[in-house]
Design a protein around this ligand. Structure first.
Ligand SMILES: NC(=O)c1ccc[n+]([C@@H]2O[C@H](COP(=O)([O-])OP(=O)(O)OC[C@H]3O[C@@H](n4cnc5c(N)ncnc54)[C@H](OP(=O)(O)O)[C@@H]3O)[C@@H](O)[C@H]2O)c1
Length: 253
């Protein structure tokens, strides 16, 4: 039975991913921060592991990975709303904990495969804007960085670390960068690749992009955006894999 370990397993995206994987007979380990999430995750069919990422060392995270020996690791944690009150949490969770997880995967040496959630427009804004951005995307970018500067920078620095330190770690990573999403009805279709900031996408559709990447090893090395669109998810992910999309080349970091 293939197995997946999800850091941030109690998150909304993570729970959708868990439900899909359990249905397909995957074993799912969910690393969660709070005990009160245990019953819900058990009901979904996952095996919960209580561990706060912001309070764990690389050695402790390595031990968690070694104890579950997953085929694939997913990083789906994020400080989320807690960071509105305390932006420093973005640095602790979205950047520092993510980087420790990257190190722990390399250290544990059970699997090299990592699929991680980033966010749209994660880039060095002192450099040129992405060539595929239209006027609306530019406005969206100003809005995002104006509203959530610490979060955007934390995500950028985590992605930069993952990409630039990979000669040392040797991970088989895929970085998924969704635009704003909400709990709207899923359509089973997205725009994936150099997709731009609008339109919004449904959370469940983003979760299904993760599942499609788990099932498509040719997405290793891809860094791609996801927004609302018209291409069936598996096909959209297959195109990303064939085109080896990298929306985070050196000119953007
Ligand atoms: N919303 C958007 O439009 C959007 C767009 C692009 C990317 N994203 C990114 O996608 C991520 C996942 O989205 P989502 O909707 O699933 O968010 P979510 O429901 O807030 O999930 C984030 C999960 O991370 C967990 N977490 C936070 N700190 C942790 C820690 N120290 N140790 C272990 N787990 C911890 C949270 O657990 P607790 O509940 O216990 O805190 C929560 O379960 C977001 O955090 C964000 O970075 C979001």
């Amino acid at each position: 039975m293939p197995s997946v370990l999800i850091f941030g397993g109690s998150g909304k995206i993570a729970k959708f991913i868990t439900a899909s994987l359990v249905k397909q007979d995957y074993k799912v380990y969910s690393v969660i921060r709070r005990e009160d999430h245990v019953p819900e995750l058990r009901e979904l069919g996952a095996t919960p592991i209580i561990q706060s990422l912001e309070d764990s060392t690389v050695a402790e995270l390595t031990a968690t990975i070694k104890s579950s020996t997953p085929d694939v690791v997913i990083f789906a944690a994020g400080a989320g709303l807690r960071a509105f009150e305390d932006p420093n949490l973005s640095i602790l969770v979205d950047r520092d904990a993510a980087i420790r997880v990257f190190d722990a995967i390399a250290e544990a040496n059970c699997t090299k495969r990592l699929i991680t959630i980033s966010t749209i427009d994660t880039r060095n804004r002192d450099k040129l804007s992405p060539t595929w951005y239209n006027e609306e995307d530019q406005k969206g970018s100003d809005e995002l960085w104006g509203m959530l500067p610490t979060y955007m920078k934390a995500k950028f620095e985590a992605d930069k670390d993952l990409v630039e330190q990979n000669s040392r770690r040797g991970l088989e990573y895929t970085i998924i960068r969704p635009t704003w999403y909400g709990d709207g009805e899923p359509t089973g279709k997205v725009k994936a690749g150099l997709a731009g900031i609008s339109p919004k996408v449904s959370r469940k559709d983003v979760a299904d992009v993760f599942v499609a990447c788990i099932e498509n090893p040719a997405t290793v090395g891809c860094v791609f955006e996801v927004s609302g669109g018209e291409v069936p998810i598996k096909e959209a992910v297959q195109r990303v894999a064939e085109e080896k999309v990298d929306s985070f080349g050196e000119i953007y970091r």
